[in-house]
Design a protein around this ligand. Structure first.
Ligand SMILES: [Zn+2]
Ligand SMILES: [Zn+2]
Length: 355
């Protein structure tokens, strides 16, 4: 399959290092970077881009850059961000959007997010923590960032010239007062080809969440795998062995394995429905499928690649390898035991991924 998505990882850690916070630059392969970039999360920004360009100007340029000019080049590329797509407003996902807002020139950039996410951002842009540079009003002359609401309504919304996104809400732990904290998941579609990628922000396991909603996402993803959907980006913040009482709204390798088993079960169900029931049969007439028998999930996720991100920094130096390799290795061992057929990839800062 010819790749349709170009993605550069500006940062992919889960904290506490401020050098590696969630941030991905995305565009359609057919377009150039200067034609417009979608910033998927905005933890890292221009500083990380500057560093990445110095060390490895690919994929933005074929030749090495002059070191002194690289900051202005980073700022030029960063200015090509057309819009931001934000899963939730935790600082490790919005830091650079806030810091860079004042330096943006040209038309206001849309910040797409769930209503609550945008309301949370308003508390930052309230003229105390940071100047008020964001608005709901496109005619506001001072506006640098334009709040743009995403609804989890099953519809795809255009976010740039070739890309649209379908938003779903997932659970990301609780606030201290006990209220649930929501995050978003995006199905990002390359409109000309219909190919998609699935991007999770921070997310907790269904087995732990007050409101388990991952299964709804897996159900939607299932019918698209692998023809339309070959790539899932998902967090796995902690290594194996972390107790459920200390997840703080995140996944471990064991929980991610369990989530992938649910996905595989849904894929199997979707395929059975397709072969048993003609496509034009109304959904309400569909019969209930039996649960999968042991071994029936073998190879079901063949053709799917799962990118592991948001791994919490190993600040105590407990491991010999970088933490993302440790965690991805643990997940790989767990899913290989089940022979699901899925490929596990550790995301690293500076990586260029084509899908
Ligand atoms: Zn978070
Ligand atoms: Zn986070």
């Amino acid at each position: 399959m010819t790749p349709v998505f170009d993605l550069v990882v500006l940062g992919c850690g889960g904290g506490p290092s401020e050098y590696n916070l969630s941030s991905y630059l995305l565009k359609s392969c057919a377009a150039s970077w200067t034609e417009g970039i979608v910033a998927l999360e905005a933890g890292n920004g221009i500083g990380a881009l500057h560093q990445i360009l110095k060390e490895n100007p690919e994929p933005f340029f074929k030749r090495p850059l002059d070191g002194d000019r690289s900051f202005s080049t980073a700022s030029r590329i960063y200015s090509c961000i057309q819009c931001y797509l934000i899963t939730h407003a935790h600082l490790d996902h919005v830091n650079s959007l806030v810091l860079a807002a004042g330096s943006l020139s040209g038309p206001p950039r849309r910040v797409f997010g769930l209503t609550q996410t945008l309301k949370d951002l308003e508390t930052i842009f309230a003229d105390r923590l940071w100047p008020n540079l964001a608005s709901w009003d496109a005619d506001d002359p001072e506006v640098k960032l334009l709040y743009s609401k995403l609804n989890a309504d099953g519809q795809y919304k255009a976010i740039s010239s070739h890309l649209s996104a379908r938003t779903m809400t997932v659970s990301h732990g609780r606030c201290r007062a006990g209220d649930p904290y929501d995050s978003a998941t995006f199905f990002i579609r390359h409109d000309p080809s219909g190919h998609e990628l699935l991007f999770f922000g921070d997310v907790e396991p269904d087995t732990v969440a007050d409101q388990p909603r991952n299964r709804d996402v897996w159900r939607i993803a299932a019918s698209k795998i692998p023809d339309q959907l070959r790539a899932i980006f998902i967090e796995c913040s902690w290594p194996s062995g972390r107790p459920d009482s200390m997840l703080y709204g995140h996944l471990t390798p064991e929980h991610l394995r369990d989530e992938l088993v649910i996905l595989a079960t849904e894929v199997l169900k979707a395929r059975q429905e397709k072969t048993l029931i003609p496509a034009d049969e109304p959904v309400r007439k569909r019969t209930k499928m039996n649960p999968p028998s042991p071994g029936s999930l073998t190879g079901v996720l063949e053709g799917l690649r799962v990118y592991i991100m948001h791994c919490k920094e190993d600040i105590n130096g407990s491991y010999d390898q970088p933490i993302q390799l440790v965690i991805a290795g643990q997940i790989r061992n767990l899913v290989n035991d089940l022979k699901l057929g899925v490929e596990i990839v550790a995301v690293e800062q500076g990586m260029h991924i084509t899908i």
